[in-house]
Write a protein that binds this ligand. Structure first.
Ligand SMILES: *[C@@H]1O[C@H](CO)[C@@H](O)[C@H](O)[C@H]1NC(C)=O
Length: 373
């Protein structure tokens, strides 16, 4: 008799307990208010991301893209990428999404935020709220692949923990703010494809931990700053498709871990430093479409290893150095559209290259060009 009474009672108790536990909120109320304002400035029509951001659920547990510190209930991450294989994308039968609207300054009230990723939505416009530079814990700021306009917040340098800054593929203008070079923790800087003008700050080399500097397709002017010679961690340097002028300093070839050097489509001039061509760590070097003069330094050797070496569309003169035939590997070589002359050396890598790699020179002959010398 007792048993049969206890059983329905205990299951009722369990139901009550479960509902009590599930209504215990983790999300800090002020952060939830800020997220609601953030949400109301954005529109996402295809996936229903913001439908998961509902008032009667816990923002820390059920809101897509939100993570919190479980001890404090403070929001630490907003991770919303427009290209994803997450379930919410699969359910909608899509691999990419679209979002319009703007970034609400209320995001600056999320003072425990360490990551703000709102990338590849193609349609988010307006400016980056300047107050973003007050988010002292921010490590990752990735707003790439939208339609953001305006300037990089001038006080960005206050984000002393920032490790990733990616604003690529937007419509940002103005100059690189001087304070940016005080981001001493910065490892990855990507500003590709914007309308950023002015010179690269003279003290750019203060970014001692920077391993990727991707600044291509902007309106940058001036020369390659001397301070960069001290950037011992720089692996990828892409300054292509800007208006950078002057010579390539000799020290570029001595940078310790540099592997990708894209300086193509600028207004660089002078000779090509031999140090760049004999550094066996450089795998991709593109110096195409500049005003380089003089001959190709005869500095190649058995350690030479280029995935791609593009020296096309310059004013290089003289012969193709014979030492290139001693290279360990040259995958892609383009020396077309120069003023080179003389016979194309025989043997590797010249036996696997096409005539287009040598076209439009002064008087090159032999090899794939099929002209007799
Ligand atoms: C080098 O840069 C030029 C001009 O920007 C581009 O057309 C070419 O494809 C690049 N070469 C390689 C090997 O990527």
């Amino acid at each position: 008799m007792r048993e049969s009474l206890a059983s329905p009672f205990s299951s009722l108790l369990a139901v009550v307990l479960i509902s009590v536990v599930s209504t215990v909120r983790c999300c800090s109320p002020s952060d939830q208010t800020a997220l609601n304002a953030f949400k109301s400035s954005l529109t996402e029509p295809n996936l229903g991301i913001f439908n998961t951001w509902s008032e009667n659920t816990d923002c820390c547990k059920e809101w897509y893209g939100i993570s919190c510190n479980p001890d404090t209930g403070r929001v630490t991450d907003i991770l919303l990428r427009g290209e994803s294989e997450d379930a919410i994308f699969k359910k909608a039968g899509r691999s990419s999404g679209y979002m319009s609207g703007s970034i609400d300054p209320a995001v600056c009230d999320l003072t425990a935020l360490t990551s703000l990723v709102l990338a590849d939505w193609t349609g988010i416009s307006g400016e980056i709220p300047p107050c973003i530079s007050s988010l002292a814990s921010l490590r990752i700021l990735d707003l790439a692949g939208n339609k953001l306009t305006g300037e990089i917040p001038s006080e960005i340098g206050k984000l002393s923990k920032l490790s990733v800054l990616n604003l690529a593929e937007n419509q940002m203008s103005g100059e690189i703010p001087p304070s940016l070079t005080s981001l001493t923790e910065l490892k990855h800087l990507e500003l590709t494809e914007n309308g950023i003008s002015g010179a690269i700050p003279a003290d750019f080399g203060s970014l001692k931990l920077l391993s990727r500097a991707l600044l291509s397709r902007n309106e940058l002017t001036g020369s390659i700053p001397e301070s960069m010679s001290g950037m011992g961690r720089l692996v990828d340097l892409d300054l292509s498709r800007n208006h950078i002028e002057g010579p390539i300093p000799e020290w570029v070839g001595n940078m310790k871990v540099l592997s990708l050097l894209n300086l193509d489509s600028n207004s660089l001039s002078g000779p090509i430093p031999g140090s760049i061509l004999c550094n066996s760590g450089f795998e991709v070097v593109n110096l195409s479409r500049n005003g380089f003069e003089g001959s190709i330094p005869d500095v190649f050797g058995s350690k030479t290893y280029f995935v791609a070496l593009d020296l096309s569309h310059n004013m290089l003169t003289g012969r193709i150095p014979d030492s290139l035939t001693s290279a360990k590997f040259v995958g892609h070589l383009d020396i077309s559209h120069n003023r080179l002359c003389g016979p194309i050396p025989t043997g590797s890598p010249f036996d696997h290259l096409e005539a287009s790699s040598f076209s439009d020179n002064e008087c090159l002959c032999g090899g794939p060009l099929m002209t007799t010398c």
